[in-house]
Design a binder for this molecule. Structure first.
Ligand SMILES: NC(=O)c1ccc[n+]([C@@H]2O[C@H](COP(=O)([O-])OP(=O)(O)OC[C@H]3O[C@@H](n4cnc5c(N)ncnc54)[C@H](OP(=O)(O)O)[C@@H]3O)[C@@H](O)[C@H]2O)c1
Length: 190
């Protein structure tokens, strides 16, 4: 098998994905399915989830269930369901987001907090729920989708830019922590 194809061979991987019902979600799900992955989507609206499942198919490799990515208990239940059905969870893909205007000069803390809750509360909570089984197996991949506003502030989108930047830093921090954990897990096996 060519090296690149092997790198993206996800036939043995199960993905938990949030933000499935947005603009980007369906394309990302299609890409995961095309690489052989199993994909479980946590949706807030059952009608949207059912419509997406009907559109994408996926056979037994696409599962949808109602769970608010910002609700820890709901996500714990969702993860349990994934583990019950597929027996594994390897990747969590955090796609929740959505552009919202808010000027930096307005000091509109409520608007900034709304962006924070939408982007950070969902990614942190969904990921935290997935980490337990990942840690237990010593394997996990965290994918967080952010905007280029994370790298450079945008006129009229202060809260959006702040939340995206925070998501990047949080994901990097988690990587630093879990890299060491994975190393320890490997050392234990050796
Ligand atoms: N589209 C772009 O051009 C673009 C460019 C750069 C970066 N991005 C980033 O890519 C990600 C996806 O973008 P998108 O265009 O697909 O966004 P979108 O079309 O606005 O979709 C947003 C998704 O997030 C969910 N969501 C929104 N607020 C939520 C909340 N408070 N709690 C739980 N779920 C919530 C929505 O679920 P419901 O259907 O239930 O509302 C939907 O699935 C975002 O993080 C965005 O910042 C997008």
């Amino acid at each position: 098998m060519p090296i690149l194809a092997a790198m993206f061979d996800l036939t043995k991987r199960a993905v938990v994905l949030t933000g499935a019902t947005g603009n980007i979600g369906p394309a990302v799900i299609r890409a995961y399915l095309a690489q052989g992955a199993h994909v479980a989507i946590a949706v807030r609206d059952p009608a949207k989830g059912a419509a997406l499942k009907a559109e994408l198919g996926g056979g037994g490799r696409l599962m949808e269930a109602v769970a608010d990515p910002a609700d820890r208990q709901g996500m714990e239940r969702f993860v349990e369901q994934v583990l019950r059905v597929w027996g594994r969870l390897d990747i969590v893909a955090n796609l929740v987001g959505g552009y919202a205007a808010s000027a930096a000069a307005d000091g509109d803390l409520a608007a900034y907090r709304a962006s924070w809750d939408q982007k950070i509360a969902t990614a942190v909570t969904a990921t935290a729920a997935c980490l337990r089984p990942m840690r237990a197996r010593g394997y996990g991949r965290i994918v967080s989708v952010a905007s280029t506003a994370a790298l450079k502030g945008e006129k009229g989108a202060a809260g959006y830019a702040m939340a995206n930047a925070a998501l990047v830093r949080w994901t990097e921090s988690l990587a630093e922590e879990s890299k060491r954990e994975a190393f320890q897990a490997m050392r234990r096996v050796e």
